[in-house]
Design a protein around this ligand. Structure first.
Ligand code: HEM
Length: 495
């Protein structure tokens, strides 16, 4: 097999082929080291489309965003579920969904995603707002003597984002495990079930890239038992007792109930997978959004003014409640939205992957096409678009208002004189686009509004700039590589 793989030669009509000199691995090490630089270099030498052997897979990269529509629209011969379904089931530990054992399950799961959008998003937004405030209030009450809530507190910025978003998102989606108490004033007796869950989650997340790369879980130390504990947390018998789950999670519970072929722990593993999807990217995204705002006084003051503008004469801290900042109000915050989009542009390194179903020639534009083979992968690498100086001048620079034009959301971006349709892709593209994207953007807006309204915050002086941990390149929003600490205190009227 190795010999077969390595002896592949480029055929007429196929893109340039780069195999490297190491059988099977091909260019895997260079790709892993710095995928962006590596692909930029290949684009310079070989043009916009080329095929690279990476760890046993032939991957055809389409690098020019003006060619993306050809890939995104091509549904028949490029399958978008094959890769992600297989990767997700082995990573989270449930049986593959698209098999005869679970007829119709995949479609039902896809339909459940609609409950993260549209009308259902209103109640998710409302619940999230209540939970964000609750988590911050509990946090302060449990760590401060009553009466001294205004003391400064120092913490890692990432750890803060993780703590707040993990708990608030969990409560919003899954509801409240019954053994916990939602009363803010019972904070001193609070069981820290969420801390244990988050700790395990963090350990699992650290090896997530290896699991996605199909390294057998048995080779990854304690990961198997940590994953088992995480899955057991979502056992249907336990979940049946949790109060007020979201419509989304309730619908998924009902769907799984219809399948006798799904064991209890399989159902639990599906719920665990959604936990990862819902916070795995949102937490690092919160970090970058807050970090960029705190590092840029101009951005901070424009965004803060915009949020304060929603409250007219009233002091925002004194009107904090679950009903403030409705979905419509959040939609009006275009500078905030632009700042978020800019942080996502700079911190997202994802890949859009399609598996070729049969040998065929992909038409890229009226003048050219490339031939690809069954079983190969066609990949888009949006970071090269996000950092393209033609589309985004000074692409490495944070410009919070890049996505605002004449007081409106800016949606027109050009490469040369051609309009680029897919200029911003942190959530993927086409049929595989993240179904949680509207909820995610709302959550980010809410997190930033609430922290800006409830807290005074400052980055600690004399620190190095935050850099990205690129070991997770390809998987979404990169976490920071270095510790960034900040200090914050809650404002008097917010509790
Ligand atoms: C899939 C990004 C937040 C649920 C994805 C994909 C990306 C992505 C890139 C894969 C798309 C593809 O394969 O082309 C993000 C980012 C987020 C975020 C950057 C935050 C900033 C969320 C949230 C949820 C969510 C809050 C809520 C539950 C999902 C699900 C999938 C997914 C369920 C898999 C969809 C499928 O299997 O068809 N996300 N996501 N995501 N995301 Fe998100």
């Amino acid at each position: 097999l190795l010999l077969l793989l390595f002896s592949r030669r480029r055929r007429e009509g196929e893109p340039p082929l780069i195999k490297g000199w190491i059988p099977f691995l091909g260019k895997a090490l260079e790709f892993r080291n710095d995928s962006y630089q590596f692909l930029q270099q290949l684009q310079k030498c070989h043009g916009d489309v080329f095929t690279v052997l990476i760890a046993g897979k032939y991957m055809t990269f389409v690098m020019n965003p003006l060619l993306y529509p050809a890939v995104i629209k091509q549904g028949k011969q490029l399958d978008f579920h094959e890769f992600s379904d297989a990767a997700a089931s082995t990573t989270f530990g449930y049986p593959a969904v698209r098999t005869g054992r679970f007829p119709g399950l995949s479609d039902k799961i896809q339909r459940s995603f609609l409950l993260l959008q549209g009308f259902a998003l209103n109640s998710l937004t409302l619940t999230m707002m209540g939970n964000l405030q609750l988590v911050l209030q509990q946090d302060f009450l449990s760590s401060h003597e009553v009466g001294s809530v205004c003391d400064w507190r120092e913490e890692g910025l990432y750890e803060f984002c993780e703590r707040v978003m993990f708990e608030a998102t969990f409560l919003t989606l899954y509801g409240r495990p019954t053994h916990t108490n939602s009363d803010v004033h019972a904070h001193f007796h609070r069981e820290r079930w969420i801390d244990a869950l988050r700790d395990n989650f963090r350990k699992f997340d650290a090896v997530f890239p290896l699991l996605i790369a199909r390294i057998p879980i048995g080779l990854l130390g304690r990961t198997k038992s940590i994953r088992e504990q995480l899955i057991r947390f979502f056992h249907p018998q336990r979940m049946a007792e949790w109060t007020s789950p979201s419509e989304f999670i309730q619908a998924r519970k009902d769907i799984f109930q219809q399948y006798d072929t799904l064991k209890d722990l399989d159902k639990a593993a599906h719920h665990f997978g959604i936990l990862w999807a819902s916070v795995g990217n949102t937490i690092p995204a919160c970090f970058w959004c807050l970090y960029h705002l705190l590092s840029s006084p101009q951005a901070f003051s424009v965004v803060r003014e915009e949020i304060m503008g929603l409250f007219g004469e009233k002091e925002p801290e004194s009107v904090l409640s679950r009903d403030i900042l409705t979905r419509e109000q959040l939609e009006k915050l275009i500078y905030l939205e632009s700042a978020i989009n800019e942080s996502l542009r700079l911190s997202s390194i994802s890949m859009n992957i399609r598996v070729v179903q049969e040998d065929f020639c992909l038409r890229l534009n009226p003048h050219s096409s490339v031939c690809v083979r069954k079983g190969d992968i066609v990949a888009l690498y949006p970071q090269s678009t996000h950092l393209d100086p033609d589309i985004y001048p000074n692409p490495q620079q944070y410009q919070f208002d890049r996505f605002v034009d004449n007081g409106k959301v800016k949606t027109e971006f050009y490469k040369g004189n051609q309009k680029v349709r897919y200029y911003h892709m942190p959530f993927g593209s086409g049929a595989t686009m993240c179904p949680g994207r509207f909820f995610a953007i709302n959550e980010l807006k809410q997190f930033l509004c609430i922290t800006l309204l409830m807290c005074d915050m400052q980055l600690n002086a004399g620190q190095q700039h935050a850099t990205m941990d690129k070991s997770r390149a390809g998987l979404g929003i990169m976490p920071p590589a270095n510790l960034i600490s900040f200090r914050y205190r809650v404002k008097k009227n917010s509790i």
